[in-house]
Design a protein around this ligand. Structure first.
Ligand code: MRU
Length: 354
């Protein structure tokens, strides 16, 4: 099979025109490809809340553009209130807070009269930086895999979740090109089905051999098939290197440890939150129960059923083999090693006070 070049974007999922942000509506993928147009920071916040766009790095990039939209009248007060509204959109992915802190810093460094120009330029740079981070992590991560690996991935940590080729899926794509990935098993990822709907879609477009599994098949697969690695993204990494990611990641990490399979986390430095000391301090988003008892509007539980919907869980760093960032590989992951790698210089917008 002909292998597509690494950085070929399968679909333009976020388009900035200077006065609006067009976002591919991920709620309807893969059945329908349609876009939502955001002309204000409030619209970006709503799209983020509603999961029109999702994935930690993309949430950050969209927020940066939202701030640029808020700055169009060259009024600092507009920017400040946009920052507050966007911050409330989703609680767990720290890339959102990182992007807003960065954009507020840009807003404050210069006169109000040039706010619009400065913020638009900064948002584009923020997006382009994430694109570059993806590329670096893909190369660093792929080098960790042995030839012909069969890998499991979770949720969607691909192009749809970032500005570039993705975090976990970026590593998988680079591995596939280098011959170190042979086959991918994306878990479907209940309740939002990001694995089935989005990751599989991306992998198939890239021509990477992939077979979908339901979340509860992972243990059986690890026991009965040759699985060489589990590769996931992250929404927030605490100072002690505990990793928060999509609900179900923790269980997968325990399974990998039991079966002696390396468990890799791929995330840019914008996902690291040194201000949060321990994984248990990370706020876990709880979403509507409707998203659990219904799939695409069809009820799958009895009328009136109660259901939990935790969006994320935290994997203790002891279960993680390595964290791949754009600045280098943290291995074994712990607070000291994480700081060592983050302190390496690398061109980034990572200006959040740590
Ligand atoms: O609720 P979502 O779809 O925004 O959750 C996304 C994830 O958990 C991803 O794994 C994470 O953001 C890493 S994306 C590069």
């Amino acid at each position: 099979m002909k292998r597509k070049p690494l950085h070929q974007d399968p679909i333009k999922h976020i388009v900035w025109t200077g006065d609006r942000l067009q976002v591919l509506d991920q709620r309807y993928l893969p059945r329908t490809v349609k876009f939502v147009t955001c002309r204000s920071a409030a619209a970006v916040a709503q799209a983020t809340k509603d999961m029109v766009l999702r994935g930690a790095p993309l949430i950050g990039c969209a927020a940066a553009y939202g701030m640029a939209l808020a700055a169009r009248r060259n009024k600092m007060s507009d920017v400040v209130s946009a920052s507050l509204a966007l911050r409330r959109a989703r609680p767990t992915a720290v890339n959102l807070m990182h992007a807003l802190d960065h954009m507020m810093m840009v807003a404050k460094t210069g006169p109000e009269s040039s706010l619009s120009m400065r913020m638009a330029a900064a948002a584009v740079t923020y997006y382009e930086d994430d694109l570059g981070f993806n590329a670096r992590m893909a190369t660093l991560g792929a080098a960790l895999l042995k030839k012909g690996s069969n890998v499991i991935t979770y949720c969607n940590a691909g192009a749809l979740a970032t500005a570039g080729i993705g975090t976990a899926v970026g590593m998988i794509r680079a591995g596939w090109l280098a011959g170190s990935v042979a086959h991918v098993y994306p878990c479907e990822t209940r309740p939002y089905l990001q694995g089935a709907r989005l990751t599989l879609w991306e992998l198939m477009q890239a021509g990477i051999p992939a077979t979908l599994i339901t979340d509860n098949m992972a243990a059986h697969l690890m026991k009965t098939k040759k699985i060489d690695a589990v590769i996931v993204g992250s929404d927030r990494i605490a100072a002690n290197a505990d990793v928060c990611n999509k609900i179900g990641t923790y269980g997968l990490a325990i399974l990998a440890k039991y079966h002696g399979i390396p468990f890799y986390v791929v995330a840019p430095s914008t996902t690291v939150d040194l201000a949060t000391k321990h994984g248990r301090d990370i706020p876990i988003e709880e979403r509507s129960t409707q998203e659990v008892v219904e799939i695409f509007g069809a009820k799958i539980a009895p009328r009136g059923a109660s259901a939990h919907h935790f969006g994320f869980d935290v994997t203790p760093h002891a279960l993680v083999t390595a964290i791949v960032t754009e600045k280098g590989v943290v291995s074994p992951p712990n607070g000291v090693n994480l700081r060592k790698v983050l302190n390496r210089s690398c061109p980034t917008t990572n200006t959040r006070p740590q």
